[in-house]
Write a protein that binds this ligand. Structure first.
Ligand code: HEM
Length: 333
């Protein structure tokens, strides 16, 4: 039995491989989706134990529109459909998504196996609307050639940045995903020094540009944000490169966990609208956001409780008596 507030593996580190699945739940597919979510930890153990050094984890998130269908009751206070953010030049679009599966491991075979089990269980009940297979690229670099993830919080700071303590939803986390496609021809046409001014760090050494050198429209300048007391506001990013060179596809899958989605949204606002407005993030001149979604990843215990009758689930479990989910738990695939 897990601790009631034990999170899913949102604090896991960057891995060599990851699969991101976004699915919409078909009408009538709710029971199947709920059963899968309740069984997900067991499925992950079944696959992961076969290669224990592979560090397989899976985090599931639920979208705002799916919450009443799958869980019921009051949703977490910050859960809402991803809000499109439109600036004068660039737009962070919103795309459909009821469920997110963030599968990661040191080996792609483990991710692939779990993704296969998940999609098999969802067959006929949900439609996968986006699937991205990410890989580690050299020294945790993105396909723009820069080390990605350096300033992520670690340890207790990461837990504080990522996990909510909202009553009933303790140990949960809000997760925003966006799939970006890079214009490599335009990017490669820039001299390295100019690329460094776009990102805000040195390319080879990964050292941040000094305050005097840092342009106001660099990625680092626009995503470094503080609260009214000057305290830094942080999120945990697990971005992964992906692509198909033969098709000219070079991308970054952005995934950011936060205790409060408003933090990630403020970063997006700065990137897309600009800070001040009009001063947008230059990374967007080379990176097109083609998806956008917001999900809530409840604690592991909350997910497992989706299989229980609402009357016995207690605080933090499914919220209404109208779901008729008491006797539906099925065996694992
Ligand atoms: C920093 C790449 C999208 C938030 C960075 C860094 C790189 C990078 C190379 C510097 C190293 C590091 O600290 O990780 C990218 C790429 C993106 C992308 C290629 C997609 C095209 C985003 C988005 C957000 C974001 C959408 C938030 C909504 C941040 C933050 C930092 C950062 C908070 C650390 C800033 C600091 O405190 O120095 N990113 N990023 N990134 N990025 Fe991104």
């Amino acid at each position: 039995m897990t601790d009631p507030a034990s999170p899913q593996a949102v604090l896991g580190s960057l891995t060599e491989a990851a699969i991101f699945l976004v699915a919409t739940v078909d009408g009538g597919g709710e029971d199947t989706a709920r059963d899968l979510l309740a069984d997900l930890a067991g499925l992950t153990r079944a696959v992961g134990f076969r290669a224990a050094d592979g560090d397989l984890t899976c985090v599931a998130g639920i979208g705002a529109e799916a919450w009443p269908r799958l869980v019921g009751g009051e949703p977490p206070s910050g859960l809402h459909p991803f809000r499109e953010i439109s600036g004068p030049t660039h737009t962070a679009i919103a795309t459909p998504g009821d469920l997110l599966f963030h599968i990661r491991a040191r080996r792609m075979d483990l991710c692939f196996e779990l993704a296969s089990l998940v999609t098999t269980r969802l067959a006929g009940a949900a439609t996968v609307v986006d699937e991205v297979h990410g890989f580690r690229y050299f020294e945790q670099r993105d396909l723009l050639g820069f080390v990605d993830g350096t300033e992520n919080p670690t340890g207790a700071a990461a837990a504080a940045a990522v996990l909510t303590d909202e009553p009933g939803f303790e140990g949960g986390s809000y997760v925003i995903v966006q799939k970006y496609l890079h214009d490599m021809d335009a990017w490669n046409a820039l001299p390295t020094e100019e690329q460094e001014r776009v990102i805000g760090r040195r390319k080879l050494s990964d050292v941040e540009l000094s305050e005097a050198e840092q342009p106001a429209n660099s990625h680092v300048a626009l995503t470094s944000i503080t609260d009214d007391d000057g305290e830094e506001l942080e999120i945990l990013r697990d971005n992964m490169p992906f692509g198909r060179p033969g098709s000219g596809e070079f991308g970054t899958y952005f995934i950011g966990y936060a205790a409060d989605p408003a933090v990630t949204e403020l970063m997006l606002e700065h990137m897309f609208v600009g800070d001040p407005p009009g001063n947008h993030d230059r990374i967007l001149d080379f990176s097109l956001a083609v998806t956008g979604g917001l999900f809530f990843a409840p604690s592991g215990d909350f997910l497992e409780s989706l299989a229980d009758p609402p009357s016995s689930s207690g605080a933090g479990g499914p919220g209404t008596g109208s779901l008729n989910i008491g006797s539906l738990k099925r065996g694992s695939a």
